[in-house]
Design a binder for this molecule. Sequence first.
Ligand SMILES: NC(=O)C1=CN([C@@H]2O[C@H](COP(=O)(O)OP(=O)(O)OC[C@H]3O[C@@H](n4cnc5c(N)ncnc54)[C@H](OP(=O)(O)O)[C@@H]3O)[C@@H](O)[C@H]2O)C=CC1
Ligand SMILES: O=C(O)CCC(=O)C(=O)O
Length: 421
Amino acid sequence: MTSVEEVLTSNLYVQQTKKLYKIGEILGLHEDQLTALSTPERVIQVKIQIKGKDGLIKTFTGWRSQHNSALGPYKGGVRFHPNVTQDEVIALSMIMTWKNSLLQLPYGGGKAGVRVDPKSLSREELEQLSRNFIDAIYKYIGSDIDVPAPDVNTDSQIMSWFLDEYTKISGKIDPATFTGKPVDLGGLSVREFSTGLGVVHTAKLAADKFLGGLEGRRVIIQGFGNLGSFAAKFFQENGATVIGVSDSKGGVINPNGLDYNKLEEVKKTTGSVVNYPEGKKVTNDELLVTETDILVPAALENVIHKYNAPKIKSKLIVEGANGPLTADADSILKERGIPVVPDILANSGGVVGSYVEWANNRMGEIINEDDAKKLILTRMEKAFEEIYKKYNSLGDQDLRTAAMVVAVERVIRAMRVRGLI
Ligand SMILES: NC(=O)C1=CN([C@@H]2O[C@H](COP(=O)(O)OP(=O)(O)OC[C@H]3O[C@@H](n4cnc5c(N)ncnc54)[C@H](OP(=O)(O)O)[C@@H]3O)[C@@H](O)[C@H]2O)C=CC1
Ligand SMILES: O=C(O)CCC(=O)C(=O)O
């Protein structure tokens, strides 16, 4: 196998299990306990069919993985992507278990994926696909069972179709079954940008500890979707200089800085940030190894691995995406003294925003947008402090290890009192 093939086929579930086993060693967990922690409670595979605009039936496969419910109902997003696999969805649901535990949310971990290229569908086809996915999984979800939300290639419009379909089939009016909804359906406008806001907030907390502050720092962001674009906005507003961005078509670098509003305009009008007029066009591989102060992978998993980790020229990495670093990359970056703010903290602004929306729906809409924003940032600051304390007390370990120790211990305590571990 060539190095490129090895990276392309590296499996997120294997990577996440390796990271969990490392925590097992530190906590002195038995093999049986690690199996109990890594095995999903239920994985639902469904066949989704839609009638295409050409009159032909198109068939897709989707999964919802319900990883662990020791701390509460399963919670996590729904991804539409042509490369989604069952293993990937299980791994992403396991990440959600640790993330929700770390942030002390009353949730377990879940995630869904549908293997589809949504860009190849018309709006009508996308609506059919979204509704038919809910038809297939509705028995297994609910505001106190499993609460889906947006992830890659899904947004508030798709949550609206989900909710409408769920209401029709179940006969229940329960908007807290989904989060990331539009404001008109009980959503919070904060949720749309809360993941990006949280990434920049944790980057600031980490930059204060490791770089002497965020202001004036150079930032590179891979991915310019929900997370990447809002992260670019908030970095700029916090006095950092975004010098590189990318999307699936490639990237652009300008050491003098890229303007957020102009990036948005270019993305909207041309379909890709690669067409930003002032700057050097780069591939995604080149972007990741360009010299900068802060690197934010905010697209897909396994992009920093044993082959490019030795070449990274960033002083701090903030994981916007879920699982962007392999276990090998973790070891290499730790050896090189480059701190990595782990996904389960860095991108948790999304799920904390979802939690506020869910709680608001259940309590009768009593939280306003300002309070919601404060709650998200305060909750993340608390988790950051807890991780930093653990990081200092563990000795020679990285921030991910500290975060996972805190998160896994909390899940173990809940499983233990239930007699599950
Ligand atoms: N949305 C949320 O609330 C949360 C998201 N996350 C995680 O953040 C990451 C991004 O999610 P989100 O922003 O929502 O997703 P989006 O679908 O909104 O955006 C994804 C971005 O990644 C780009 N991309 C896709 N493939 C590649 C590639 N091979 N190389 C470079 N860029 C690529 C896309 O490019 P293009 O624009 O060309 O399609 C797009 O800009 C995921 O890992 C997700 O799980 C984590 C927590 C919450
Ligand atoms: O908002 C949510 O419920 C989950 C978002 C998500 O999928 C994630 O944090 O990876």
